[in-house]
Design a protein around this ligand. Sequence first.
Ligand SMILES: [Zn+2]
Ligand SMILES: [Zn+2]
Length: 200
Amino acid sequence: MMHVQRFSRYANAYLIDETILIDAGIDPADITGYDPELIILTHCHFDHTCAASAIADRTGALIAIHEQDAGLLGDDYATASVLFNEDAPQITPDILLHGGETFKSSDYLLEAIHTPGHTPGSICIYESGTRSLFSGDTIFPGGGIGRCDLGGDISDLVHSIELLTSLDVAVLYPGHLNITDTDVSLQIRSSLIHARELTV
Ligand SMILES: [Zn+2]
Ligand SMILES: [Zn+2]
């Protein structure tokens, strides 16, 4: 397993090698005591992004997000902040992702994969050395899938999960629910079946 710390409130944030934070969560206080250098946001939704600016202001961390979700960051509906009775988080990204970028921590090489569906600019992060997948809200354990009624698209989601089934994944780190290392490829295939059922 990777050396990962999980901070969990509404959504999971994962700190890798104490330097790269995948998603920021809602409360910057959760990350107090750590100084990440990079915050990679899996998508624009409020529960994953709200704390990003405050953490970046304190630590100087750069913020990366896919270009297609970057443009949605100020939108109360596209970020789902209305569901939390909050304004959209004010975030100015430093790095715009397209998919295919790699980021190195001391022990790991993280690759950004564009997986639209839950949102247009959703990404997953894959670490091939440990066969780890950080899936954001694209898929969840037990065959779960991200909802597509917050600016997403179900056929895009099907294509994205098809792509994920081609990866060799031993451990799944989802944006909600618990980390799982039990028959993960079976769980991902089950997510694909569920997503396909919603398109017919
Ligand atoms: Zn989401
Ligand atoms: Zn979420």
